[in-house]
Design a protein. Structure first.
Length: 105
């Protein structure tokens, strides 16, 4: 499997409807364990998680970012976008180009 979704039942159901396999998890501990298992298996290239789960796993994702795979696709959940992902992308792009960018909203 090269793409997988991880999240609550509703989040996963939406991805399963379009053919993406998924794992239902209850909390960030289960999500962390599942992602680390997928990393060890080396079968997963993309992990889709909700923005709220991405916030909870931020330190873990920084550690996992050292690897080529998996790539994390972070999408808003039912609660809508939180803006945290935009701030994270802003920081990463600023870091990559070597200057602090001005973010206008």
């Amino acid at each position: 499997m090269s793409i997988v979704a991880i999240g609550d039942e509703f989040f996963i159901t939406n991805f399963r409807l379009v053919g993406v396999p998924g794992y239902v998890i209850k909390n960030e501990v289960e999500a962390r364990d599942k992602i680390e298992g997928l990393i060890k298996e080396r079968k997963c290239k993309i992990v889709v998680i909700s923005e709220s789960m991405a916030i909870k796993l931020k330190k873990d994702r920084e550690k996992w970012r050292e690897r080529v795979y998996p790539i994390f696709a972070i999408v808003p959940g039912l609660e809508g976008p939180k803006g945290e992902r935009l701030n994270e992308l802003y920081f990463l792009v600023s870091q990559a180009v070597g200057v602090k960018l001005k973010l206008e909203r």
